[in-house]
Design a protein around this ligand. Structure first.
Ligand SMILES: Nc1ncnc2c1ncn2[C@@H]1O[C@H](COP(=O)(O)OP(=O)(O)OP(=O)(O)O)[C@@H](O)[C@H]1O
Length: 253
C-alpha cells in the first residue's frame, strides 16, 4: 500500500543541520495497524509526515498504491492525498468553525462537490458518535471529543490510509481506551489501513498488528505482533480493571 524507499530528512535551524530521519525503507501492508514507537526526538513524527509529503523528503521516494508521490505535481498530489487522512496529538481543529464546519473544511479542501457534502458530514459525525455536537465550537468539547472531530475530518474524504501522530498523548487513560476502540473500528469496519506514531507501549500492544522501532532517525527493528485472542472490539475497562490489571502486570517477574 505504502512504500518508503530510502527516504531521509535533514532540518536546518540557526545554521545547524540536524538529520531527523536517516535513509529509511519501509513497507506498510494494506489492512493492518502499523505502529511506530521510539523515544522523543527519534524522528517518528517526521517519518509520518514524510508518508503523505506534509514534509518533503530530501532523498528517496514515497509510493502510495504504486504511484510515486514524490514525482507528482501539486494538483496530482492533492488528489492522491484525499486517500490519506491524518490526525494529530493536539487535534489541529479550526477554532472559529463548528464541529460541522471543521468536517466541511476537509471536504472543501478535497473539492468534494457541494451536493455531496452534507450527507458525508452526517455520516462521519455519526460514525464517531458526535452527531449531536455538530453545532458546537471546539472550545466547548472535551479532549476525546476533539480527537473524534479530528477523526471525522480525516475520514470525510473516505481515505484508505489513516496516519495518526500521537493520537492519544493528550488524553487520559479512559479516553485513550475509547479512542483506540474507534481506531480499531475504523480499521475493521471500514478497512482503512492505519499507521500510528506513539511513545506508549500500551497503544502498540492494544491495537497494532506490526510495529517499527525508531532510534536517532533510524528504524532499528520491525516485527509483526501475534494476533490477539479477542479479535473483536475491546470491551471498555472500568477504572478498577485498568488499575488492578496494571498492578498485576508489574508484579509478574
Ligand atoms: N521543523 C523542524 N525544524 C527543525 N528541527 C526539527 C523540525 N521538526 C523536527 N525537528 C527535529 O527533528 C528531530 C526529530 O523530531 P520528531 O518530531 O520527528 O521526533 P519524534 O520521535 O516524533 O519525537 P516526539 O515524540 O518528541 O514528537 C528532533 O530533534 C526535532 O527537534
Amino acid at each position: 500500500m505504502l512504500s518508503l524507499q530510502e527516504v531521509s530528512k535533514t532540518y536546518t535551524a540557526q545554521g545547524q543541520t540536524f538529520r531527523a530521519v536517516l535513509p529509511v525503507s519501509m513497507e506498510i501492508e494494506t489492512g493492518g495497524i502499523h505502529g511506530i514507537i521510539g523515544t522523543s526526538g527519534a524522528g517518528k513524527s517526521t517519518l509520518l509526515r514524510l508518508m503523505n509529503l506534509l514534509e518533503r523528503p530530501d532523498t528517496g521516494k514515497v509510493l502510495f498504491e504504486g504511484r510515486d508521490l514524490t514525482a507528482m505535481g501539486e494538483r496530482e498530489l492533492r488528489e492522491a492525498r484525499r486517500s490519506i487522512g491524518m490526525i494529530f496529538q493536539q487535534f489541529n481543529l479550526v477554532h472559529n468553525r463548528t464541529v460541522h464546519g471543521n468536517v466541511a473544511s476537509a471536504l472543501e479542501l478535497a473539492r468534494t462537490p457541494k451536493r455531496d457534502r452534507e450527507r458525508r458530514i452526517g455520516e462521519v459525525l455519526e460514525f464517531v458518535g458526535l452527531q449531536d455536537k455538530a453545532g458546537q465550537y471546539p472550545a466547548r468539547l472535551s479532549g476525546g471529543q476533539k480527537q473524534r472531530v479530528g477523526i471525522a475530518r480525516a475520514l470525510a474524504s473516505s481515505p484508505r490510509l489513516l496516519l495518526c501522530d500521537e493520537p492519544t498523548s493528550a488524553l487520559d487513560p479512559q479516553t485513550t481506551e475509547d479512542l483506540l476502540n474507534v481506531l480499531l473500528h475504523i480499521n475493521r469496519t471500514l478497512g482503512v489501513t492505519i499507521v500510528v506514531v506513539t511513545h506508549e507501549m500500551e497503544v502498540v500492544r492494544q491495537i497494532c498488528t506490526s510495529v517499527s522501532v525508531m532510534e536517532m532517525g533510524e528504524v532499528v527493528d520491525t516485527f509483526a505482533l501475534p494476533k490477539r485472542a479477542d479479535e473483536g472490539i475491546r470491551p471498555k475497562l472500568t477504572y478498577r480493571e485498568q488499575i488492578l490489571g496494571t498492578v498485576r502486570e508489574e508484579e509478574t517477574p
